[in-house]
Design a protein around this ligand. Structure first.
Ligand code: E4P
Length: 218
């Protein structure tokens, strides 16, 4: 399973990258705004800065909602760096744009996916990745994890190459459940990635090993 970090914070991206397990980055307009990155020029520069840190796919989201503008914006984004993946919302104009991009060698991440039907048509259109939002489904008492299993089943039935990029991940169990179900990618906040590392028995065991070593050497 590939690990992406879901943030526009350069410091967090560097930290995750230094762990040696980072495969890519996803962002969205809200994550950009959270870091105070506003205005087209600054946003484009920020994508380039992210690409300098991580050698892997970096999702850059379009803010246009009609076909012609999505195509224009997506083409501009894709020219920023070879690793840019154009993130397109799951709307009919977006679906048509995904088809265009797939026919023209531009990688896409179909975002805001909340149902198996949406995942199916995004794959038909040739999306490189689809992003089902687990946490936001859980928030409305629906099961995000069940959706991942459903999409995996459908994609395997037809050998779709579209990668399932589990998004809106809130905690380490989301990541474990995604791995069990065969999601191709999990995009996570830094905290969820770091929380995978922790176990109290590891800390207790290490403490004892170090104390016993010290006894033998005193
Ligand atoms: C996906 O790419 C989105 O950026 C993200 O995972 C949304 O997460 P949220 O529901 O925590 O905002």
């Amino acid at each position: 399973m590939k690990f992406f970090i879901d943030t526009a914070n350069l410091e967090e991206i560097k930290q995750a990258n230094e762990l040696g397990i980072l495969d890519g980055v996803t962002t969205n307009p809200s994550l950009m705004a959270k870091e105070g990155i506003t205005g087209e020029k600054n946003i484009l520069k920020h994508y380039t800065d992210i690409c300098k840190i991580v050698d892997g796919p970096v999702s850059a989201e379009v803010i246009s909602t009609n076909y012609n503008d999505i195509i224009k914006e997506g083409k501009n984004l894709s020219k920023l760096h070879k690793n840019i993946v154009v993130k397109v919302p799951m709307i009919s104009e977006g679906l048509k744009a995904i088809k265009y991009f797939s026919l023209n060698g531009i990688k896409t991440n179909c975002t805001l996916v909340f149902s198996a039907g949406q995942a199916l048509i995004a794959a038909k259109a040739g999306a490189t990745y689809i992003s089902p939002f687990l946490g936001r489904l859980d928030d409305i008492s629906s099961s995000g994890i069940d959706l991942i299993g459903q999409i995996r089943h459908i994609y395997d039935n037809y050998n779709f190459k579209t990668e399932i990029l589990a998004a809106s991940i809130r905690h380490p169990m989301h990541i474990i459940n995604c791995a069990e179900l065969g999601a191709d990618v999990a995009t996570c906040p830094l905290k969820a990635i770091k929380d995978l590392l922790n176990h109290p028995l590891t800390d207790i065991g290490l403490d004892k090993f170090l104390k016993d070593y010290a006894k033998g050497n005193s």
